[in-house]
Write a protein of this length. Structure first.
Length: 605
């Protein structure tokens, strides 16, 4: 393996905890693989004493392939039995529980549950819909006594709803009118009681009735959904026996019944990823709806002698804490532990890793921590790196992207704080302007067709470097924020390929995926779509630093050409405005300033 100076330093690390702080395209997997081989080849460590933890199954397979190829090519196996243990952390946790199931609290090998929580949620949703269809609902009117203008609404508890409107109405026009004229200038009346399944239709009737006579404050069409937000909010509280809380009515994710239930599973699983002692206690959830589901789910799971994906870590860590002899067995078995994608681990992950070994070799990039919504906590990496007994290494030379992409991506991510500072540099000095363009839903198809079929200048050096050619479909990716957006883009391209000549149609079948699924991958050309099809970028319900990291990950998937298409986004001017100063340009040439001395880094050959 060809390694640069900084990679070699990390690879030669022998014992003791260490962290490798890596930039995008800097060879994280290469360093882990090379260190495993170095332990085997130069320190005579038996492969069976090495445990490597990868983020997903694909990363496991890639690492296994690299190590096996190297060991076989150098005939390193000899009398040694097998190679190093390379697992995902969840698979490793499952092995611990399976091998010690009785002491973990199971009377037989536990079943593995994967979709049962979805089933429970679906059953409760159907039951709630049945209750909503038959519950008595009041159609009410709040009317200005002088002007006659009124607001039409629906509620299972009209008196409570009346008080809410007069204190802080959810309808902005009605709220402003009440504040301006006073509560006493408005009357409240129940127009009729109907079943929930007829409430929207009757509300729409009364809105139409008063629109033609006095005018209404209403804006939304009640027929747009099966049940109104207000009715579903009230029914959810009634169904689960939790106190009604008016703030839920304005919660950004409570747009309809589907949205309400979609977030429950992630809320429960995210809570399980935060468990740092004992087992999961569903009563600790602050979301009362999620708590009700979690309690039912955990009870059924226990009765079925089963565990889910997150339990694999929780029960394994709890077993180590309550059975020191079992923990020592595994610590003795794996004195060398390596962890990839360290920036994305959750507290539950780190709990198990910490119990397993004090000789952890972690590799990660806090700038690429984009799984906070699933429980990942980049603060763990920052705190681990700050420990005095942890050796620090940095590999920050990017072997993937051109200098232009690295420079602009760096300008973006350096606005984040807190973060570990890195001297991000590009091995490839090529310059290729980042193409930024505005698109709307109406213009997106035309712009995509243009980008996918136009000739481009490849990044490769040599006699053909200046030749213009069309990017091969397998070398191009379109990245979007959500699965819904990916489906929309795929539909646009599929429709265009029926209309295009066969020669051009082939270029339209490119890799279209979400930014999160693109992590760890690379393409010659990347087209990033934002603020055009669905949610805004950045999302209002996420931290700006988290959103900036997602954008950064998308940018750094490109090797040669990056195209950014969409509406207004605060990250565009952030990466376009590169600081223009002498130190910046020296840095790009490979120089860095330390005190009063100006040193030059050794470039990799």
């Amino acid at each position: 393996m060809k390694l640069d100076k900084n990679q070699r330093k990390a690879v030669k690390h022998h014992t003791g905890s260490a962290i490798v702080i890596a930039g995008p395209g800097s060879g994280k997997t290469t360093v882990i693989t090379a260190r495993i081989l170095n332990l085997i080849q130069h320190h005579n460590v038996p492969p069976s004493q090495i445990l490597a933890i990868a983020f997903n199954r694909k990363a496991v397979e890639e690492m296994e392939t690299r190590i096996l190829r190297e060991l076989v090519s150098k005939n390193e196996f000899g009398d040694r039995a097998g190679g190093p243990e390379i697992r995902t952390l969840h698979a490793f946790g499952k092995d611990i529980i399976t091998e010690n199931y009785q002491r973990a609290g199971f009377n037989q090998h536990p079943q593995i549950w994967s979709g049962q929580l979805d089933e429970i949620i679906a059953q409760e949703q159907k039951q709630l819909e049945r209750e909503s269809a038959t519950t008595p609902v009041a159609i009410y009117k709040i009317q200005n006594k002088k002007a006659g203008r009124c607001y039409i609404g629906q509620s299972t508890a009209p008196e409570r709803r009346r008080r809410e409107h007069f204190s802080h109405s959810s309808n902005d026009r009605l709220r402003q009118a009440i504040r301006a004229e006073g509560e006493t200038q408005f009357s409240f009346k129940v127009l009729e009681w109907v079943e929930g399944q007829n409430a929207n239709r009757r509300e729409a009737h009364w809105i139409g009735f008063y629109t033609n006579r006095t005018g209404v404050f209403n804006r939304a069409d009640p027929l747009r959904t099966q049940y109104s937000n207000q009715l579903m909010l009230e029914m959810v509280c009634q169904h689960f026996g939790i106190p009604y809380d008016e703030y839920l009515d304005r919660h950004p994710d409570f747009e309809n019944l589907r949205e309400c239930f979609n977030g429950i599973k992630e809320t429960v699983m995210r809570a399980k990823r935060q468990v740092v002692t004992g087992l999961f206690d569903p009563t600790t959830l602050t979301d009362r709806v999620a708590q009700a589901f979690a309690q039912k789910y955990e009870t059924l799971k226990t009765e079925a002698n089963a565990i889910d994906f997150e339990d694999m870590l929780i029960y394994a860590a709890n077993l180590f804490e309550t059975c020191p002899d079992i923990r020592q067995t595994y610590c003795d078995k794996y004195p060398y532990v390596l962890v990839d994608e360290f920036q994305d681990i959750a507290p539950t992950d780190f709990r198990l890793i910490s119990l397993l070994s004090e000789n952890v070799f972690a590799v990660g990039d806090d700038d690429q921590a984009i799984y906070g919504f699933r429980g990942g906590d980049s603060q763990i990496m920052l705190e681990f790196a700050a420990r005095s007994n942890v050796k620090k290494y940095k590999i920050t030379r990017n072997y993937r992207s051109t200098a232009t992409i690295v420079e602009h991506a760096r300008a973006l991510i350096e606005r984040n704080t807190p973060r570990i500072r890195k001297n991000l540099l590009a091995q490839n000095p090529s310059k290729h302007q980042i193409n930024v363009g505005e698109t709307t839903l109406e213009t997106l198809e035309t712009r995509l067709l243009h980008e996918l079929t136009k000739p481009h200048k490849p990044v490769a050096q040599g006699p053909r470097a200046s030749a213009m050619q069309t990017a091969h479909p397998q070398e191009t990716a379109i990245l979007a924020r959500t699965n819904y957006e990916v489906e929309q883009i795929q539909a646009i391209l599929a429709a265009s390929a029926h209309r295009k000549p066969s020669k051009d149609a082939a270029t339209l079948f490119v890799d279209v995926t979400t930014i999160h699924k693109a992590k760890g991958r690379e393409w010659e050309k990347v087209i990033l779509i934002h603020n055009t099809l669905e949610r805004r970028f950045p999302r209002r319900d996420s931290k700006l630093t988290d959103e900036r990291r997602v954008f950064y990950v998308a940018m750094t998937r490109a090797k040669a050409e990056l195209v950014v298409l969409g509406g207004r986004c605060p990250f565009i001017p952030e990466f376009e405005n590169i600081p223009k100063n002498v130190n910046y340009y020296l840095r790009q040439l490979g120089y860095w300033h330390a005190g009063r001395k100006l040193k030059k880094e050794v470039r990799a050959k």
